[in-house]
Design a protein around this ligand. Structure first.
Ligand SMILES: *Cc1c(COP(=O)(O)O)cnc(C)c1O
Length: 370
């Protein structure tokens, strides 16, 4: 990568597609014109070639080790984004069962998910945070689902509102727990054996857009009816090692690079969790010590370590904040159009230096504008 291009890179706080580690981009650049031994770029070779099947198998194995995924779980690489999972989950686990599924609606993404699930079967609201403007989550230990439910669905980190579950919601053993972990995937270790399905699109914390990772307990693969459209049936993807049709080869290749970066350069998910905690604390401390100049959206015990959301005293100050920050190389801080305010997305690949620079900008800006 030429030095000039590296210098032009900003601290990118985009919520997704989001920042990617520079060292990964540099490796990809090196291999782009000719993947070693392939005589072509990774985008130009058959997904059934020996080289690509090894790339895909290595990505899967590296993820499996990193996340400590047990053997009785399959890892699938799919397309369609997390949005398609909103439909695939109920199509496989709810449709035609005569049961109902319980949804925890804690923000924009789980709200979209329940709307799609209603098309496939009966759903109940285990929790509805809309009255509180999605700033809080169910209290620990509360009963959220009946023992007979088809599954319990939740979103571990609401990317738009910036609320994050600090641990898994209460769920009986008989009920599969289903999680949309799109925006906090690979940000911390998880007890995978407590999940039925955990899925994430890659473009927040695990690479470029194009691939969605689905971790699914193998017994759940048997639940879908054969009448489902082939692509929507998890069983087809699992039995074909995610090559039921052409997988998003370049995105899978990059996902593997990100998994290696986490394993080899960062030192695993415990190490990244501790970095993520330090980064988030810096911003929340800045908010809390600003004499209410900055007001955090999420209640303290549900604050996201990935998407830090807050407001300024007026819309004018908000606009000024965004443009002054951008002029200092702090980019994409505007909150989602549906909620406004400021959102700093500080995924795994956001360096500590980006967060310390933002925190001192925030302190200076508050002092100059209160
Ligand atoms: C981004 C996001 C989605 C949507 O992902 P697509 O790949 O655009 O379908 C769903 N859920 C969460 C939590 C997200 O952050």
């Amino acid at each position: 990568m030429n030095a000039n291009a590296v210098e032009q890179r900003v601290f990118n706080f985009s919520a997704g597609p989001a920042t990617i580690p520079l060292s990964v981009l540099q490796q990809v650049q090196e291999e782009l014109l000719c993947y070693p031994g392939a005589g072509a770029s990774v985008m130009e070779i058959s997904h059934r070639s020996k080289i690509f099947t090894e790339i895909a198998a290595d990505a899967e194995l590296t993820l499996r080790n990193l996340m400590a995924v047990p053997d009785d779980y399959a890892i699938l690489f799919l397309q369609g984004g997390s949005a398609l999972q909103f439909s695939m989950v109920p199509a496989n686990l709810l449709k035609g069962t005569g049961k109902s599924a319980s949804y925890l609606v804690t923000g924009s993404w789980s709200k979209k998910a329940i709307a799609e699930a209603k098309k496939e079967g009966e759903v109940t609201l285990g929790f509805d945070g809309s009255d509180g403007n999605f700033c809080d989550l169910p209290t620990a230990g509360s009963q959220l689902v009946s023992e007979e439910a088809a599954y319990l669905y939740y979103c571990s980190n609401e990317t738009i509102q910036g609320v994050q579950f600090q641990s898994e919601p209460n769920c009986p053993d008989s009920v599969p727990l289903v999680c949309d972990a799109s925006s906090d995937f690979l940000s911390r270790p998880l007890p995978i054996d407590q999940y039925g399905i955990l899925y994430a699109c890659a473009q927040k914390n695990a690479g470029p857009a194009g691939v969605t990772v689905v971790v699914i307990r193998k017994d759940l693969l048997e639940r879908a009816d054969d009448s489902l459209p082939g692509y929507l049936n998890y069983r087809n993807h699992a039995s074909a090692d995610s090559m039921w049709n052409t997988p998003p080869t370049f995105a899978v290749y990059m996902l593997g690079k990100i998994a290696h970066w986490l394993q080899d350069e960062i030192g695993g998910l415990k190490a990244i969790e501790s970095l993520n905690c330090s980064k988030a604390s810096l911003l929340y401390e800045t908010i809390d010590s600003s004499d209410s100049f900055y007001r955090g959206h999420a209640q303290n015990d549900c604050r996201s370590k990935m998407n830090v959301t807050f407001n300024l005293p007026s819309d004018q100050l908000q606009a000024k904040f965004i443009s002054e920050a951008a002029s200092q190389g702090l980019d994409s801080l505007k909150g989602h159009r549906s909620v406004g305010g400021i959102r700093a997305s500080i995924y795994n690949a956001m360096p500590l230096e980006g967060v310390t620079t933002l925190a001192s900008f925030m302190t200076d800006f508050a002092n100059a504008n209160r």
